[in-house]
Design a protein around this ligand. Structure first.
Ligand code: PMP
Ligand code: GLN
Length: 393
């Protein structure tokens, strides 16, 4: 009974792998969520909001205090003005912001440039809007036993942008690779947006989870981009509260009008008490990050070392939740053929779940030699995963 435009996407790989991890009692390094909670003081703010009559529908674009906080934060980060009344909308996580952007701005037959690998909902949301994907690859550059960069295919980008897309959807810092796009790469994308009159949609949910002094740049801050960019984010990663699903879109009033036009009929509004708690969270953001960032970076390093030792060719992420790796040597040793077969084998023995990335490519074969591991987990989870993986060394 599934509609034709959704049928090709089946069930999201995140749901499948988390279910399989539970069934096989595997350590779950597949779906990107922390197995610990965000700060108690944010949870207390949500409980207080529930107890003080904040339990009916919120206004369609989000409660004013949260939109003010989002606008102020954006201005602090980017130096760009932002009118909370016309330039922001609160959504059900960044996922709804992506869907509402596609459904609110695209017409059937429009084209959208996606940089692949991409977060799996991008392609499905483009399809929901009846639009078409123009893929542009990030190619792994392998030097010795490392992926030293995930290189943007500039020729493919030029070619795709010349085909008259309405939007380009970019994601920096990037899931699944942990790449932080450089100013040069963003400048090329911006130049082509201006030249071909394309709107940039920038998914920045990992904007705060930066390692080794990496600097995040919002494409909206590049010359002549502020009025043609929609910047998306959410509080899930920054505050380790992925289940709260509080996200937002920021942009020129004409663009946000499109996002709101879809949002009003997708969800109308977002959980009221959690919006109040989000205001409290954003007021004390540095406090939440001071706890989280050292833990993430340490877990990245521990897991990276282990994955290297078992023969994976890893890309060291400069941000985010994930390590991306080429598994050719390991899968040859284990006698398996592709990403899905390797992930199935690892779930059973030694009992560790990872993500097969073929769902992140328009041509699944492009992901066959790759694998993604999440390190946004408790120390004991990472230690147990490492103990199990070492049996493959
Ligand atoms: N964009 C990217 C790149 C993601 O990795 C995720 C999910 N983790 C999302 C968007 C969705 O964010 P949210 O949970 O706020 O809907
Ligand atoms: N973004 C998370 C990941 O990449 C998963 C989100 C989801 O399950 N939809 O693992």
């Amino acid at each position: 009974m599934i509609a034709n435009h959704l049928a090709p996407f089946g069930t999201s790989v995140f749901a499948i792998m988390s279910r399989l991890a539970a069934e096989h009692n595997a350590v779950n390094l597949s779906q990107g969520f922390p197995d610990f909670d965000g700060p108690d003081w944010i949870k207390a703010a949500a409980k207080a909001a529930i107890d003080t009559h904040s339990n009916q529908y919120a206004p369609l674009p989000g409660i004013p205090t949260l939109r003010n906080a989002i606008a102020k934060r954006f201005t602090r980060d980017t130096n760009l003005p932002c009118d909370p009344d016309t330039q922001t909308v609160v959504t059900v996580g960044c996922t709804e912001a992506i869907a509402a952007t596609m459904l609110g701005l695209l017409n059937p037959g429009d084209k959208v440039v996606l940089i692949e690998p991409f977060y799996d909902c991008y392609r499905a949301c483009v399809a929901l809007a009846g639009a078409h994907v123009l893929p542009v690859p990030l190619r792994p550059v392998i030097t010795g036993n490392k992926i030293t960069s995930m290189q943007l295919d500039e020729a493919a980008l030029h070619a795709a942008m010349a085909q008259g897309p309405k939007l380009i959807l970019i994601n920096t810092p990037h899931n699944p690779t942990g790449k932080v796009f450089t100013r040069e790469e963003l400048t090329l994308i911006a130049t082509l947006c201006i030249k071909h009159n394309v709107i940039a949609v920038s998914d920045e949910v990992y904007e705060r989870l930066l390692f080794d002094g990496a600097k995040h740049i919002s494409i909206a801050t590049l010359p002549a981009m502020a009025d043609r960019t929609i910047t998306l984010s959410s509080m899930g990663k920054t505050f380790s509260l992925t289940g709260w699903k509080i996200g937002w879109a920021i942009g020129h009033p004409d663009l946000i009008a499109g996002v709101r036009a879809a949002h009003q009929f997708l969800s109308f509004s977002v959980a009221t008490p959690l919006q109040h708690a989000a205001v409290a969270a954003l007021e004390r953001e540095p406090e939440a990050l001071a706890q989280l960032l050292p833990l993430l970076q340490e877990h990245r390093d521990l897991l990276a070392d282990c994955l290297n030792k078992i023969g994976l060719t890893i890309h060291t992420p400069r941000a985010g939740y994930f390590i991306y790796a080429d598994h050719t040597a390991l899968s040859c040793r284990l006698g398996v053929t592709d990403d899905t077969a390797l992930c199935m084998a690892l779930i059973k023995n030694p009992g560790v779940a990872a993500i097969p990335p073929s769902a992140f490519y328009t041509q699944p074969a492009d992901g066959h030699s790759l694998i993604r591991f999440a390190f946004c987990k408790k120390r004991q989870t990472i230690t147990e995963a490492i103990r199990r993986l070492h049996t493959l060394a």
